[in-house]
Design a protein around this ligand. Sequence first.
Ligand code: ZN
Length: 166
Amino acid sequence: MAQQVIGFHFTLKNKAGDVLDRTVPESPLSFLEGSGAIIDGLEEELSKMSEGETAEVIVRPEKGYGFRDESQVDIVSKSKLPAEEINVGDFFQAGSDQHAPVVQVVQVDGDDVTLDANHPLAGVDLFFYLEVVEKRPAMPEEISHGHVHNEGGSCGGGGNSSCGCQ
Ligand code: ZN
């Protein structure tokens, strides 16, 4: 079957029922099937749904953000961090490269700062409420670029700021 572009709304909750993330009504998320833009567990569900359909699904870590890896937790000296104020919960990019992993401060003990490079949702069961608002065949350009284009078919804008095409 041809690759689809799927637009959807979601509300993400944890097991306790706290809302962790959600789309706003005026801007659903869109992704190109098979492009790896969203977690596997969501793509699997959304691919099966039709436009207008809603569903509640639970995505386990193996199809979500993976499991925690304790070797991704490191203690560094405060002086090595690019900020004056270090607070638990802060995020840093671990390097100057724009693709460097993002780490979170989980503990501050004097000069020792514990950084965790695990995804904040690693090891967490994700409770999604989903609504598919658009489903259409992808345009050949979108397939060759590997991402969704905005209305009118152009790259960039429309939530595609990461678009690197000409
Ligand atoms: Zn493009």
